[in-house]
Write a protein that binds this ligand. Sequence first.
Ligand SMILES: [Zn+2]
Length: 355
Amino acid sequence: MRAAFDAILLWACLTAAEGGRGSRAKARCCCFVHRQSELRSRSCPEIRWLTQRQQGRRRDIAIVPDSETCLDGVEDSIKAATIRYGLRQNDKSTILLHDQTDRETIGVVTNLSRRLAGLARNNDCRRCWLQRKHCICDRCPPLGHIPSVRRLFLLTHHKEIGLIVDTAKLIMSSFPTTVRLVVSGIKHEFQPTLVEMTEVLKQSTSGNGRCLVLFPTDDALTFEEIVDDMQSSESPCKLDDEPWSVVVIDGTWSQARKMFSKYLANYSGGNLYRVQLSSNAVAGLDQNESSIDSGHQLRRHPIKWREISTLEATRLLLKDMHPGGEFDREADMMAQYQEIGNAAARRQLGPPREK
Ligand SMILES: [Zn+2]
């Protein structure tokens, strides 16, 4: 349940001296709902104002109700499961009383509930999951739509939700109408996006619609190879104009392998393809490895190429899918978002601890 002031915090930048006239508001609204004029005139009844005083200056902070974020769906799932199982907050003691098939969902929603309560308690940003002073949302606005993709499912390990260093949240905020967040471990009955993803997987294996699963299995092809394969098959696919559905997995590599096995491995054939990045995309990664970010996540991995972030892998796949350059601008913006996100996460986390 969203608290009344689970909120996006807006620094209204009212720089006038206390009680002064002619305040200049330079606020930019993270949620893209409230206009500057609303902030300036304080005409919007939904906005609550707080006043702080620092060094003789008045700083007014506008707290507005959050617009939709990916967490709304997660909260709906938690709420539905909580009611269904009669769960109480922070109570895991009764988990063994439930059927074994329900225990994973109960464990996941209990953990998520605690984590989201922490975000709300700290008033962290619900979109970028950073502290308000490090929030990057005004620098990473939505990018519209992805030309040849109808739906992009982010199959996400529940431990990634709310994580400072997670990069997939920026995919969600970049393409909010295209991306569907699917949290691993929560049953179908509490998660409409999982139902939707499963339906897409089933349909595409039977030739209705088409779907790409980004995962480096032995049989994975590059996007170019998939297009060639479709065109050269005995019954070439007549879906040239049909947008793709795409499934991307978000988690550590061991988590990703488990999620692939559980949710995706059973689906293959028809118009469902396992896709890997093109050699050009991978070569670009190698070249950039010396630069500070270069699409790598902040978490280190003993195998270097496994450090590539979910955001970067998705970005490179989408570039592969638009060889005519229709996605170049958005791809460049996504690369910038990753740098902005990594820098903000570093600032929030501070320097690494000495061993
Ligand atoms: Zn933010």
